[in-house]
Design a protein around this ligand. Structure first.
Ligand code: SAM
Ligand code: SF4
Length: 431
């Protein structure tokens, strides 16, 4: 979502002639777009500002803006503690960025925009899309969260759930495609809680899938509780919908899920997975895990490892529980850190073994890849298969924006290498 937001911020600042630069020394304005989901985010802001300060020691000070969830959660403290910061702008106030920059140019005083103006924001961001011409791009359809998991800052930094209208989203999707996109990932903190006047995520996917030049649709991040039958069914019916589902579970223990206020059990989660596998046997899963949540016993932890072995996630994102200021879980007694670290290492080793085995099954097989860009060393192209695996292929033909069937030759932990098979028809594939 921060990548989507950064691109929209750029679409806006371009309007007042603030353009991107790779040469940091010559920047007139720095925008630090921040995430607050785990600790160290604020330290990173101070660290980055320190770097900018050093760079500009002998030059005129650039305008320095901190945006995103750290600005939302800790804006006043940042402004007070770090004189070099000129303004803090929360996620629902990005539409005010140009006014902020212009005011700061006129040497106005420090600015704090951290209200929740979500409707005003999306209204004024309309019609400014995908100016970077990305092949695979994001589209925020929903923001905020009403779930209040006990560990999470999102309800406090992004506010309550808000869904944008289908009409507005179809227009924005068409603009993204007109500017070169072939793949759209629909975004929301709780993307499958999307609900605009009774229309759900499955309705939106159906509408967007009608756009002719759109080849692939993805959505993230789903909450298990909101995975309703209509969304399951659309995985059977919509060819453009990619078969990788990110479905964070956090823990394999019902006791811990309850303590986290996740609002579902492992049995319910497993039933959703089974139903999805039944409608489309091609589907694979990835997930997020929190290790060492307060009260997690070794037995609870083992249940998480068992779940990973059972579902065989092709990607698992795991982190030690991080106490976020203001959340109910931050007040609970923590799991011993060295024990939590041991569990994380053990968990990641199990998850990696599963991932490696899965990736080995791809060697020698055909993957369908959408190519996004050239790699830096000429003649090679980077793309992603249906399951978001990175694939690199050598080609004399410009592959950017094309979907090709690729034979996977070899690969490592991060990247697969392939070639275009000469004896295979490349026609008529939707994905
Ligand atoms: N809404 C999604 C859901 O409920 O599944 C998750 C969105 S959250 C922004 C992304 C991930 O960050 C979560 O799935 C969780 O694993 C991780 N996360 C959030 N708060 C955390 C915390 N306090 N400590 C460790 N990981 C955390
Ligand atoms: Fe955070 Fe996701 Fe829980 Fe909402 S549902 S509080 S975003 S973890």
């Amino acid at each position: 979502m921060n990548e989507y937001d950064s691109n929209r911020i750029y679409d806006l600042t371009k309007k007042i002639n603030y353009l991107k630069t790779e040469n940091l020394d010559e920047a007139n304005c720095y925008v630090l777009n921040t995430c607050h989901i785990r600790e160290k985010a604020t330290d990173k802001v101070y660290h980055d500002i320190g770097r900018v300060k050093k760079q500009f020691r002998k030059k005129a000070k650039p305008i320095v803006l901190v945006t995103g969830c750290v600005a939302q959660a800790e804006g006043n403290i940042l402004l007070e503690k770090e004189k070099y910061i000129d303004a803090v702008i929360g996620p629902q106030s990005y539409h005010k960025i140009n006014k902020t920059i212009l005011d700061l140019e006129k040497k106005q005083k420090k600015i704090n925009f951290t209200n929740f103006d979500v409707i005003e924001k999306f209204d004024s961001l309309n019609s400014l899309k995908n100016s970077c011409g990305k092949i695979s791009t994001f589209l925020t359809i929903q923001e905020g969260c009403d779930k209040f998991c006990k560990f999470c800052v999102v309800p406090y930094t992004r506010g309550s759930e808000y869904s944008r209208s289908i009409k507005e989203l179809v227009i924005e999707a068409k603009q993204l495609i007109d500017n070169g996109a072939k793949e759209i990932t629909l975004l929301g903190q709780n993307v499958n809680a999307y609900n605009f006047e009774g229309k759900k995520l499955s309705d939106l996917i159906f509408e967007i899938s009608k756009i002719k030049d759109l080849k692939r649709i993805r959505y993230t991040t789903s909450h298990p509780k909101d995975f309703t039958q209509d969304l399951i069914d659309i995985h059977k019916d919509c060819e453009k919908l990619m078969p990788l589902i990110h479905l964070p579970v956090q823990s394999g223990s019902n006791k811990i899920l309850k303590a986290m206020n996740r609002k579902h059990t492992i049995e319910e989660y497993q039933r959703t997975i089974d139903k999805l596998n039944k409608v489309n046997s091609n589907i694979k899963f990835s997930s997020d895990f929190i290790i060492g949540y307060p009260g997690e016993t070794f037995e609870d932890f083992k249940q998480t490892e068992q779940l990973v072995k059972k579902v065989k996630y092709i990607n698992s994102y795991s982190f030690i529980f991080s106490a976020r200021p203001g959340t109910p879980a931050s007040k609970l007694k923590k799991t011993n850190l060295s024990e939590a670290k041991k569990r994380l290492i053990s968990f990641q080793s199990v998850a990696e073994t599963i991932k490696t085995k899965y990736r080995e099954t791809l060697i020698g097989k055909i993957s369908t890849v959408l190519f996004e860009n050239h790699t830096k060393d000429g003649g090679k192209y980077f793309g992603r298969d249906e399951f978001l695996n990175s694939v690199i292929v050598k080609s004399d033909e410009n592959l950017v924006g094309q979907i090709k069937k690729i034979k996977i030759i070899n690969g490592n932990h991060n990247t697969l290498h392939g070639e275009i098979p000469s004896n295979l028809s490349q026609n008529n594939h939707a994905a």
